[in-house]
Design a protein around this ligand. Structure first.
Ligand SMILES: O=P(O)(O)OC[C@H]1O[C@H](OP(=O)(O)OP(=O)(O)O)[C@H](O)[C@@H]1O
Ligand SMILES: O=C(O)c1cc(=O)[nH]c(=O)[nH]1
Length: 222
């Protein structure tokens, strides 16, 4: 993603209250001085704009794919927004952009099961908000493969650039690099932790958070 677009995205996330500074616990149990809560992209206009950022990042990456998959819960509206924006993107012509998502708990009535939306088939792009330790992506890859489809790429809003693993046994690489190596698929991100650090450098009102975010990167990041 070109630097200026990544910067515009980080600023957009800040304005929506999606990007926040303070103290937050991540899914992997770390105490993070910042958090990206994509659930606060919560009205039609900003979800529309978010979808355009995702679509442009995927188009710029020049990847071939057949459909999108959004992991529950927050990946569901993200994949939906990206699908709508890709359908309207001039570079995609009239190509359809089917999407699917999972339930966290299997439904045992009606249509039943874990998967909702288009049948998982062909080359599937996983659409999510962030990668921290990579757990959500690993679960999505397993679901896609179990359905007989192939994971083709991961598309995220923010690469937190963190290494997975226990504090005393951190991976040598970031979780994004581990995903790319393990599955042989690219991870495309709209922005990364380095773009947040640039924002903290550039905006005097945010300078107070710079040291904590830099220290967190020093401890867990690449
Ligand atoms: O790389 P990881 O360590 O897996 O962390 C990132 C994942 O954690 C969050 O999802 P979460 O499972 O908390 O659920 P939600 O989408 O229901 O909020 C986030 O939306 C990512 O999917
Ligand atoms: O690691 C996480 O759980 C996590 C980090 C983050 O910035 N945003 C989010 O939704 N989850």
């Amino acid at each position: 993603m070109p630097g200026s677009r990544a910067q515009a995205f980080v600023r957009f996330a800040l304005e929506q209250g999606v990007l926040r500074f303070g103290e937050f616990k991540t899914k992997s149990g770390r105490l993070s001085p910042y958090f990206f809560n994509a659930g606060l992209f919560n009205d039609g206009a900003c979800v529309g704009r978010l979808g355009q950022f995702y679509a442009q990042a995927l188009v710029d990456a020049g990847l071939d794919f057949d459909m999108l998959f959004g992991p529950a819960y927050k990946g569901i509206p993200l994949a939906t927004a990206a699908s709508i924006a890709l359908s309207n993107h001039p570079a995609r012509g009239d190509l359809p952009v089917p999407f699917a998502f999972n339930r966290k708990e299997a439904k045992d009535h009606g249509e039943g099961g874990l998967l909702v939306g288009a049948p998982l088939q062909g080359r599937v792009v996983i659409v999510d908000d962030v990668i921290t330790a990579g757990t959500s992506v690993r679960e999505s890859v397993a679901l896609i493969r179990a359905a007989g489809a192939q994971p083709a790429a991961v598309l995220i809003a923010l690469d937190r650039m963190e290494r997975a693993g226990a504090d005393d046994a951190l991976s040598a690489h970031s979780a994004v690099q581990d995903v790319e190596q393990t599955y042989g698929i690219p991870v495309v991100s709209i922005a990364a932790l380095t773009d947040i650090l640039s924002l903290l450098e550039d905006d005097p009102a945010l300078a107070q958070y710079r040291d904590a975010v830099s220290a967190y990167r020093g401890r867990y990041g690449v």
